[in-house]
Ligand binder design. Structure first.
Ligand code: ADP
Ligand code: MG
Length: 962
């Protein structure tokens, strides 16, 4: 570790290949490369530390340019890599590339990976704390990309007068993945915040910053360092490219930071005493990188197309100018207590020698003042004292490496950066300036706060605008709805008119119909009366017929009787004729006989009467009997049905019986066979027994015994069979009974079903009739009520009209009377009055007409009312239904929102442990120690990574040698 070493900014140049559109346009490829540090454009050579051709791959470029910076940064030096060039010259390609593509990734992701790998390969006593920040500078405003709410941050100086972005998010990271996460997040935030990303990225600078602290647990040595990775805005002039939609001020602002970068570099290159770092925020942030304590590399990105010729040349010139800038770099060591103590002691010593010098000088001065001349050898030795102090200084800085830039800064940087300090009276001036700068910083802070406020207000404004737009939309909707309703109203009015007309017609029709109905009812009454009469006539007719028949019969009998009587009488007359003489004698007898005949006749009469009675009785009895006959006939048909069913049943039963009998027979045969078998076996048994006992007497005896047995068996069988048959009979009987019962039940069921059907039909018919009747009744009721209302109103109106007329007539009469009383001179006036009256009467007539019209209108409107009411009701119902639907929809929406919120909460909860330690002000850092090398970080798909540690040793060696 040594004093600040001077080193110039390293500038490399990279040409991209011609892009598709340039090739399509037929652009020429203009650069010509000479060696690896020179490029010629139109014959003019430009020299750089290195020049990279279009074919250079990302890995090659990284290895050649950026890899070395890792060692520097981890050794305690500050580092910066800039990418400068016109838009689409390959700045972003160089710095970021495709972040998650192993081949196409740029410098930043490779550095991220390698920093950690390098740390893992370092001394195990070291402990690292790494923080990252990501921000962009647009229109001279610093926007935090890791916290979108910080939109205008200010730049302050720390205690060592090194500028830093105050309040920007610093996220502690422990692994490459966490850094990449932060980068992804920042890039997303950047995209979300702007409308046109291409335009935005070409006009804004993006800065990714590592802050690394390391502590050696053995030596307690602490190193700090910063690494800035800067993707600058396009170097072309905004005004020149004619950026659309930017007002002049904005264009100026866009150019400002880059032009002030140019100015700073020019000032540094020329060794000017004033460097305008404070002209823009960007130059201020990178103050240390440009002419300060930092190892800086600038990548000059160029397009090879002839189309961009001019821009390429100015870029190359810029790079050449930057190459002349000198930085003074040193390791950033934080002193330990021991080192501070040493330093203090040395300072004390230095102080002592200086005091000695002062007293020495004072005594010499006093001698000179009193006129004494001091010989040369006694005079104060300036050179010796200087060398003494310098020696002290050297030992001091040897033991305590400078921690503040004040001790290492370049002349332009010393004290207050960018300000040339007056040689005398500096303390006052310095204090003044410090005060002013502090004020400036405070103002910056204020601006920051104000801009934050502005941002909030803008947001609110946006919300309000949205609200306004939505309410305007609502308004539009409502107006269309209103229009629709008006049209509907119009149409309904017309409808109402039509309905009124129809109603009028109906009223007229109703009058006609009621008239008709009355007529009809009258007619009907007349007809019903007639019908009644007719009915009685018919009965009478039939009675008459009967009576006629009877009388005919009786007449017949009477004539028969009479003829028999007459016969008798003729016989009597004959008898009388033959006995004339005896006539007188017999006259008494005749009389007697006559009376007897009379008696007889009267008897006959009574007999006839009784017969008539009897015949009547018989007729009535005949009616009864016909009734009975019909009943019996019906019963008979039912019986027949039953009989046929029974027959069918019997058939099925006989079939069944036959089956059973067949089975029985089979069983019997089986039994017989079995029995015979038994007998045979028994006989054999016996024979055996006998043989055993040797008592076989004779075959006959055996035969007898067998026969006896067979006989006894047969008897038993027969008995069994008869028993079985009895049982069978009994069962059959039971079956037939049951079938009869079943049949009866079925019949009954059939009958009941038919009856039920009939009843149903009747009921339906009745229901229909009832409905019709109720409908008619309702209609009638409705019209009656309507009519009643109409009548009432008309009556009322008429009454008022009458009253009016009466009043008018009275008035007229009074006037006429007055007129009569008037003198003849006034008669002329009266005629005029009469005319007037006439006119008035006419008027009255017209009025009455109008009144009538009004009445009619009124009636129309009244009749309209129920319809409108019904309409209103339906509308209200519809509104209710819609309200219900709306409420439901709202509920659903609320539920969904709740679910959504819950989901968000859940996601937050799950993310919380992941994000812990990076949000909020208090951040907990997990220190990173060498030797913790996680397996995953070395298993990189890129082949170059596997021998990383070897590479680092290479870097270290290279550095030492250089
Ligand atoms: P800038 O950031 O300077 O505006 P970009 O980095 O976005 O430009 O590059 C513009 C286009 O050119 C991109 O599509 C990029 O992939 C391509 N490009 C730039 N440099 C190279 C290169 N060296 N090799 C291949 N393609 C490149
Ligand atoms: Mg870019």
């Amino acid at each position: 570790m040594a004093n600040p070493a001077e080193c110039s900014i390293k500038v490399v140049c990279r040409f991209r290949p011609l892009n598709k559109s340039e090739v399509a346009r037929g652009d020429k490829y203009i650069p010509k490369f000479q060696g690896d540090d020179c490029v010629q454009i139109a014959g003019k050579p430009y020299y750089f530390d290195r020049v990279f051709q279009s074919t250079t791959t990302q890995v090659q470029f990284y290895n050649a340019v950026a890899q070395k910076i890792i060692k520097d940064v981890l050794d305690g030096y500050n580092g910066t890599i800039f990418a400068y060039g016109q838009t689409s010259s390959g700045k972003t390609h160089t710095m970021e590339g495709k972040l998650h593509d192993a081949d196409m990734m740029g410098i930043i992701p490779r550095i991220v990976e390698d920093i950690f790998n390098y740390i893992y390969s370092m001394d195990e006593n070291l402990e690292f704390h790494i923080k990252v920040s990501y921000f962009e500078v647009y229109l001279d405003k610093i926007r935090d990309l890791l916290d979108v709410t910080k939109t205008n941050l200010s730049v302050h100086e720390d205690k060592n007068r090194v500028p830093y972005v105050k309040g920007c998010t610093e996220r502690f990271v422990c692994s490459p993945d966490e850094v990449m996460e932060a980068i992804d997040e920042g890039k997303n935030n950047r995209i979300v915040a702007v409308t046109n990303m291409n335009e935005h990225s070409s006009r804004s600078h993006s800065i990714f910053q590592f802050s690394i602290k390391q502590e050696n647990s053995q030596t307690e040595q602490k190193l700090t360092s910063k690494l800035y990775l800067v993707d600058l805005a396009g170097s072309e002039k905004v005004g020149k490219t004619g950026a659309e939609g930017t007002v002049l001020d904005e264009a100026k602002m866009i150019n400002k930071s880059l032009s002030s970068l140019g100015n700073v570099i020019s000032a540094l290159a020329e060794g000017s005493s004033y460097v305008p770092y404070r002209d823009s925020k960007m130059t201020r942030i990178l103050q240390d990188s440009l002419g300060g304590n930092c190892r800086t590399t600038m990548v000059i990105c160029c397009s090879p197309s002839s189309f961009n010729d001019a821009e390429t040349r100015s870029t190359l010139l810029f790079g050449q100018r930057a190459k002349t800038v000198k930085n003074s770099v040193c390791v950033n060591v934080e002193l330990t207590a021991e080192q501070w103590k040493n330093k203090y002691e040395k300072e004390k010593e230095k102080n002592k020698t200086l005091r000695g010098t002062v007293t020495c000088l004072e005594t010499e001065l006093n001698r000179w003042r009193i006129g004494e001349s001091v010989p040369a050898e006694e005079q104060f030795d300036k050179e010796k004292a200087k060398s003494e102090v310098q020696a002290l200084d050297v030992t001091l800085s040897d033991k305590t490496t400078p921690a503040s830039p004040a001790s290492h800064a370049s002349p332009a940087h010393s004290g207050l950066p960018g300000i040339k300090l007056a040689p005398a009276g500096t303390p006052q001036c310095e204090a003044e300036m410090a005060k002013l700068y502090k004020e400036l910083d405070d103002k910056d802070d204020e601006i920051h706060q104000q801009s934050q406020l502005l941002e909030k207000i803008k947001e609110q404004l946006l919300d309000q605008e949205e609200l306004l737009a939505s309410s305007q939309r609502d308004h539009g909707n409502l107006q269309t709805e209103l229009k629709r309703l008006l049209a509907e109203n119009e149409s309904s009015k017309e409808e109402v008119k039509e309905v009124l007309q129809a109603l009028e017609e109906l009223a007229v029709n109703y009058d006609l119909k009621s008239q008709e109905v009355e007529d009809k009812t009258k007619e009907f009454e007349a007809l019903s009366e007639e019908l009644n009469e007719n009915l009685s006539l018919a009965t009478i007719d039939s009675e008459l017929q009967k009576l006629k028949e009877m009388t005919y019969h009786q007449k017949k009998r009477v004539t028969e009787m009479m003829s028999s009587l007459l016969k008798d009488l003729t016989e009597i007359g004959l008898a009388v004729g033959s006995n004339d003489i005896k006539q007188h004698e017999n006259s008494g007898v005749i009389d007697e006989e006559f009376t007897a005949a009379r008696l007889c006749i009267s008897k006959m009469k009574s007999e006839v009467k009784s017969m008539v009675k009897r015949s009547k009785h018989l007729e009535s009895s005949q009616a009864d009997s016909t009734q009975k006959l019909e009943d019996t006939e019906r019963e008979l048909t039912a019986c027949r049905l039953r009989v046929s069913q029974h027959e069918a049943k019997i058939k099925s039963l006989t079939d069944c019986l036959q089956n059973v009998e067949q089975k029985k027979r089979q069983l019997e045969e089986n039994v017989d066979a079995l029995n015979e078998e038994i007998v045979r076996i028994g006989a054999q048994d016996k024979v055996h027994v006998m043989e055993e006992k040797n008592e076989i007497q004779s075959v006959n005896e055996v035969k007898d015994a067998v026969e006896k047995q067979i006989l006894s068996h047969r008897e038993a069988q027969q008995r069994q069979i008869s028993n079985l048959r009895d049982e069978l009979d009994h069962k059959e009987k039971m079956i037939t009974e049951l079938q009869d019962l079943n049949q009866a039940i079925m019949l009954e069921q059939e009958r009941l079903r038919m009856e039920r059907d009939k009843l149903k039909a009747a009921e339906q018919e009745k229901g229909r009739l009832l409905q019709e009747l109720t409908e008619q009744q309702d209609k009638r009721e409705q019209t009656r009520q309507d009519l009643k209302g109409l009548e009432e109103t008309v009556a009322r109106e008429l009454q008022t009209l009458h009253n009016l007329r009466r009043l008018f007539v009275q008035d007229l009469v009074v006037r006429v009377k007055k007129n009569d009383q008037m003198s003849s001179e006034e008669r002329e006036v009266s005629t005029a009055q009469r005319r007037k009256i006439c006119f008035l009467e006419n008027n009255l007539e017209q009025l009455t007409k109008a009144h009538k019209q009004l009445l009619r209108d009124n009636a129309d409107l009244r009749s309209e009312i129920p319809k409108m009411e019904r309409r209103l009701l339906t509308t209200v119902e519809r509104v209710k239904a819609l309200e219900g639907a709306l409420k439901e929809a709202k509920e659903i929406a609320a539920r969904e929102r709740q679910q959504y919120q819950q989901e968000v909460e859940r996601i937050k909860d799950t993310n919380k442990p992941k994000n812990m330690g990076r949000r909020g002000s208090a951040q907990i850092a997990k220190p990173i120690r060498p030797g913790q090398l996680p397996g995953a970080s070395l298993l990189n798909p890129n082949g170059n990574r596997s021998n990383l540690i070897n590479n680092y040793s290479g870097i270290k060696e290279g550095d030492d040698s250089s």
